[in-house]
Design a protein around this ligand. Sequence first.
Ligand SMILES: *[C@@H]1O[C@H](CO)[C@@H](O)[C@H](O)[C@H]1NC(C)=O
Ligand SMILES: *[C@@H]1O[C@H](CO)[C@@H](O)[C@H](O)[C@H]1NC(C)=O
Ligand SMILES: *[C@@H]1O[C@H](CO)[C@@H](O)[C@H](O)[C@H]1NC(C)=O
Length: 355
Amino acid sequence: MTGGLFLTLCTLLLVQAVSSCPKECGCDNNAKVVDCRGRGLYDIPHKLHRDTLELHLQDNHIRGIGSMAFRETPYLRVLDLANNSITMVSPSALLGLRSLNTLILANNTIRELDRRLLGSIRNLTHLDLSHNNIVGLPGALADSFHHLTHFSLHYNRLTKLDRTHLEALGNLQVLHLASNPWKCDCNMIGLKLWLETFTFKGGVVDAVPCHEPYAMRNRDLRSVPYELFHSCMSTSYNYLFANIQHMERQQRLLRGVPYPSLDAPVEQEPECEAKPKPRPINLRHAIATVIITGIVCGVVCLMMLAAAVYGCAYAAVMAKYQRELKKREEEAGRMEKENSENKEGAKELRENAIA
Ligand SMILES: *[C@@H]1O[C@H](CO)[C@@H](O)[C@H](O)[C@H]1NC(C)=O
Ligand SMILES: *[C@@H]1O[C@H](CO)[C@@H](O)[C@H](O)[C@H]1NC(C)=O
Ligand SMILES: *[C@@H]1O[C@H](CO)[C@@H](O)[C@H](O)[C@H]1NC(C)=O
């Protein structure tokens, strides 16, 4: 009787175990790995075992990932979706995958990633987004990936990369940026500086070949001399502010103050052209005020100095003139006196002669 019950229980468990591997996939229940690569799948398979740690879905025809697509497998550590046709990824697609450390989305047709998507997988160490159509990264990136060590962005459509995106990736070791149409203008100085620090600290970067401007085509950003960024220095306020912001961030990091929430506006690097920059308005005002005050004070001082010099010179000349005048007058007076004396003498002589 008990034997029979035990048998039924065993069969039930067995059926359960078998049913927890989708028929399209191969499962290694010991290693908790589910392998569904190259099975012509259009969707994410269901009836996955709850304890699955690795899910391989590469080389299929999956087009999109819906909300909470992996809720059956909350303990996933590795999720490989490379070489599918993924265009759309729901912002809540990866919600609940708190242990996920490797996410491979390479060789798809993703254009953009929602910040909420990245915010839900904060334990990631490897993120591969290569061979997609990504044109920009969400600002929340920096807030989400403090554990990230490997980050692949090669073969995308990035033209610029905000250094603030990379700054907070304090554990980053390998970064792939090759084969993007990088636009090596003033916006890229921040990245150039960051890359220098990164490689100095032992980080590995594959290549950052410029695509624009034409004169720099195929030159690596890191080897473009600073002198060629000369025009950026004329708008060096922007440059200055970029660095002030950077320093603020660094100090916040040092003090361990958390970053602004995910809903904070996306930070943007200043533009090359002297476009109005909305963010550091009070700082900019302060500096402008100081400069204008300085110029006005300087001009006033110069004018006062000029007036003083002129006044002194005038006074000196006038004094000299007055002295001269006085001398002349005295002389004239003396001569007149002599003249009258002479006349008197002549009169006497005449009188004497008459007498
Ligand atoms: C991508 O997947 C297709 C099948 O969907 C396969 O034929 C092809 O070899 C794969 N490419 C790579 C680079 O793995
Ligand atoms: C995140 O990763 C660390 C090590 O990389 C691990 O110790 C920790 O348990 C992980 N957190 C979760 C929620 O899995
Ligand atoms: C993506 O495709 C390229 C070429 O088509 C291939 O060399 C690369 O290994 C693929 N990457 C992944 C992660 O499948």
